[in-house]
Design a binder for this molecule. Structure first.
Ligand code: DGJ
Length: 440
């Protein structure tokens, strides 16, 4: 009994001493386990939010398809003016194959009424309220002519065309949301002038849709920006006036709205030899005095700016009128610069296509919510013989992988990702795109 009790006692003693010395150890192990679990779930979470979406653009079969190198026989159809009158009269057909939801870059693209879309030099606004995309651009459905024999081909201003879509493929014509002035010759938008590259952004603070555009005279000597405003995305927009921003010439331009709500105007200036960038006022109706000169001496135009994982990227073209030339991609840690050139983003077997941006010129880059690193590159394939018959070249743009050339000045390889625009005769948005409206 004594022994037993002793035993018991010793057991109890042992237990007591065990619990005295082991409780903290158990507690610490538990805490350690909890910490490990937390760390594991954090990594998993990171993986979901970051790496999985990154996976989308690099390993998923559908993305691999979008990133394939495609060869192309260069077969640009003769401009309308050069076709037989019979062929020119023929009603334009929807892109061959008639496969729904496929993009056919460079082919005629019809709206839901069966008319060719007129939204050249345009850009897209996603309207969160109505969960609808609005595509604005130059409505050029008029005759092309030259004021002077040597002057550029032109179409009189008709206005800004607007189209709406839920899926980025079927587009309903919403009408001309900013129209030309027919009679007052002193008006910026008199039909004899120039209205190009309209872009619309929404101001959360004022609840207004604000349109910025390049306005000019027929000889491109006015070199100014115009602003218009509307309560609704489908207009009508009221024209507020024009200015030379920061007292400088402004031709090809775009606006970019950052995640923090700040918006910026980017424009070609100093005879198109450099770009200027500066923040807009809170209401987006004016520029502020801040302005930075970027890509100085590089002669770039047609800027299209976008952001990926905290880095700003921009695609630009060279300055060769309506003729296509080589696109370049640029990157910056801060929107005001410094901006570095990171090379030609066009990926295609045919070198002629690569050096002419697929016979097109940049106008806008649209992010696809839910697919990190995947964007739509929007460009215009101008037809100077018949500008209304200019076509749209929309292609997948992917930001991923290391840049393949060193920086111009330091010769170091930057940490930014490569920007790649892949040529496809025919392509469509990744499956599940429609389901991804949830993300928007
Ligand atoms: C190139 C510009 O990018 C176009 O928007 C247009 O202004 C043409 N020049 C006119 O030649």
């Amino acid at each position: 009994m004594r022994t037993r009790s002793k035993y018991r006692k010793s057991t109890n003693l042992c237990c007591n001493s065990w619990s005295r010395c082991c409780t903290p150890a158990v507690l610490w192990s538990l805490i350690g386990c909890l910490l490990l679990l937390h760390l594991y779930s954090y990594i998993l979470h990171e993986d979901r939010d970051g790496r999985l979406s990154q996976l989308h653009v690099t390993h998923h079969p559908q993305f691999r398809e979008l990133q394939q190198l495609e060869d192309e026989d260069v077969q640009i159809p003769p401009p309308r003016g050069k076709r037989s009158p019979r062929a020119a009269k023929r009603r334009p057909k929807r892109a061959a194959g008639n496969d729904s939801n496929y993009y056919y870059p460079g082919r005629i693209w019809l709206d839901t009424d069966g008319n060719p879309i007129q939204a050249h030099g345009g850009g897209i606004l996603y309207d969160k309220g109505s969960r609808t995309y609005y595509w604005y651009g130059e409505y050029k459905d008029g005759p092309t002519y030259h004021v002077h024999k040597e002057g550029p081909a032109r179409v009189d201003i008709i206005g800004v065309g607007c189209y709406s879509s839920k899926d980025l493929w079927t587009w309903k014509h919403e009408g001309i949301v900013l129209a030309a002035e027919e009679t007052d010759e002193t008006h910026d938008l008199h039909k004899s002038n120039v209205l190009e590259r309209p872009k619309v952004i929404y101001n959360e603070k004022t609840g207004k849709y604000v349109m910025w555009m390049h306005v000019d005279d027929g000889n491109y000597t006015k070199a100014a920006v115009g602003v218009a405003i509307s309560d609704t995305p489908d207009g009508p927009f009221d024209y507020l006036g024009s200015q030379r921003p920061h007292g400088c010439e402004s031709r090809d331009m775009t606006v970019f709205k950052d995640e923090d709500g700040m918006a910026y105007l980017i424009y070609s200036s100093e005879d198109n030899s450099e770009l200027h960038i500066g923040p807009l006022t809170e209401d987006y109706l004016n520029v502020t005095p801040t302005m930075r000169r970027i890509l100085v001496g590089q002669h770039r135009e047609a800027p299209a700016l976008f952001k990926h994982r905290g880095t700003y990227y921009m695609i630009t073209s060279g300055c060769t009128g309506w003729a296509p030339n080589e696109a370049l991609a640029h990157a910056a840690d801060s929107v005001l610069g410094p901006w570095e050139t990171i090379g030609n983003p066009c990926i295609v077997g045919n070198n002629m296509f690569r050096l002419t941006t697929f016979f097109a010129q940049s106008t806008f880059v649209l992010p696809l919510p839910g697919f990190q690193g995947l964007f739509i590159f929007m460009a215009d394939r101008w037809n100077p013989a018949d500008l209304r018959d200019s076509r749209y070249v929309w292609l997948p743009l992917v930001v991923a992988g290391p840049v393949d050339q060193p920086l111009e000045y330091t010769f170091e390889f930057p940490l930014w990702s490569r920007v790649s625009i892949y040529w496809h005769r025919k392509w469509r948005l990744p499956q599940g795109w429609t389901g991804l409206k949830l993300f928007m």
